[in-house]
Design a protein around this ligand. Structure first.
Ligand code: ZN
Ligand code: ZN
Length: 134
């Protein structure tokens, strides 16, 4: 007895047999041709921005972000391709967040860890208190 893993295709909503791409074959083909269009467009417009690319090719910016993040359209090759920061939606070209968001997050994590240390330390011995932001 064979069990078919089926799901609704996130691209077109049709029921399809699950595969690695997690898209039905129609959508995989469509996506590949969209990628070709973008790739060819960038060949002659290397300095296009993400929104320019989206407008001129008709491919959604969301899809283009995925390709930049997957490095199918490496930001290092195309100086103006960006995708939004996970935190503030500002344009970024690497990592998941922009520099200000990352450093804010690092600081917040450090503050949390410091608070944790304070909690577990014996009452205030050798501890230099910092003004609290709260
Ligand atoms: Zn589909
Ligand atoms: Zn940000």
């Amino acid at each position: 007895m064979s069990i078919l893993m089926v799901a609704n295709c996130p691209g077109c909503g049709k029921v399809f047999q699950k595969n690695l791409r997690n898209l039905c074959m129609n959508c995989v083909k469509l996506l590949e041709s969209e990628f070709d269009v973008c790739f060819n467009y960038l060949r002659s417009n290397r300095k296009a921005t993400t929104s320019q690319l989206s407008i001129d090719t008709g491919v959604s910016e969301q899809q283009i972000y995925t390709w930049i993040k997957d490095r199918r359209l490496p930001a290092s090759d195309y100086p103006n391709l960006t995708y939004p920061c996970n935190s503030c939606s500002g344009p970024i070209r690497q990592e998941q967040m922009c520099y200000p968001c990352r450093s804010r997050l690092t600081r917040e994590i450090r503050e949390l860890q410091e608070k944790e240390t304070i909690r577990t330390q014996s009452q205030g011995i050798g501890f230099r208190s910092r003004p609290s932001r709260y």
